[in-house]
Design a protein around this ligand. Structure first.
Ligand code: ZN
Length: 239
């Protein structure tokens, strides 16, 4: 299918990054099974919720920093470099597709990115390390130096609107694809999980590689319940 495809779109979820040591927050035994997510409205309205959100983010820093792209990321990057894949749509917030060499312009992040922060009002970017130093000194992350707005990791939280620009780009790429490859997504979170359905309805072939079954397995042309690095590395010849 990869050989005969003209334009591939790759859609990735947590399963591709668990192979890099990043826990699947939604999966069985994942962090969210034990810890309540912090809703966007609470982050905006409560200083204590903001402190808790930042504590969790800084606690996760050693894992995030240690994570490197794995064989699955490298296989995807090769497909992009070859011009075979036009875009990578991802639910992940770890920046590992960019780290594996996929140009920023070809990564579409539906849930944002946790490797940096930004001002919720003016969008000014902040680095995690600097915010951590301020947090450890003052017990909170300061407001935006430019406008005084709240600074938050550049992720999309529960209760926060999906990023319109990313959603629109993802929709366009999906409609232009003749092969849609899902890697490591359980395909249960909408609206993100709607993209494979759109691709299929539009005549593209659909491949799903995921360790567990997904609700869209019956719709797919090919389903592989196996590790992503091994399947995709083997498929494109990357170690
Ligand atoms: Zn600002």
């Amino acid at each position: 299918m990869l050989d005969s495809a003209r334009r591939v779109v790759v859609f990735t979820g947590a399963g591709i990054s668990t192979e890099s040591g990043i826990p699947d927050f939604r999966g069985p035994g994942g962090t969210w099974a034990r810890v309540q997510p912090i809703m966007f409205q609470d982050f905006v309205s409560s200083a204590e919720a903001r402190r808790e959100a930042w504590r969790r983010r800084f606690d996760s820093e050693p894992v995030m920093r240690a994570a490197q792209p794995n064989r699955g990321h490298r296989a995807v990057a090769l497909l992009v470099r070859q011009g075979k894949a036009s875009a990578v749509i991802t639910q992940n917030i770890d920046g590992l597709h960019q780290a594996s060499g996929v140009p920023e312009a070809q990564v579409i992040e539906l849930h944002g990115n946790s490797t940096y922060a930004h001002c919720l009002d003016c969008g000014k970017r902040y680095e995690i390390g600097a915010l951590r130093a301020a947090f450890e000194r003052d017990g909170e992350v300061p407001g935006c130096v430019a406008c005084g707005g709240l600074v938050k990791t550049a992720t999309i939280s529960f209760g926060q609107a999906m990023p319109e620009n990313a959603m629109e780009r993802a929709r366009r790429e999906t409609l232009a694809a003749d092969l849609f490859v899902v890697l490591g997504s359980s395909l249960v979170v909408y609206p993100a999980a709607g993209f494979p359905e759109v691709a299929k309805r539009n005549g593209a072939r659909l491949v799903i590689v995921n360790r567990q079954e997904t609700p869209l397995d019956d719709l797919a042309d090919l389903v592989v319940h196996h590790g992503i690095g091994e399947v995709m590395g083997g498929a494109v010849g990357v170690n």
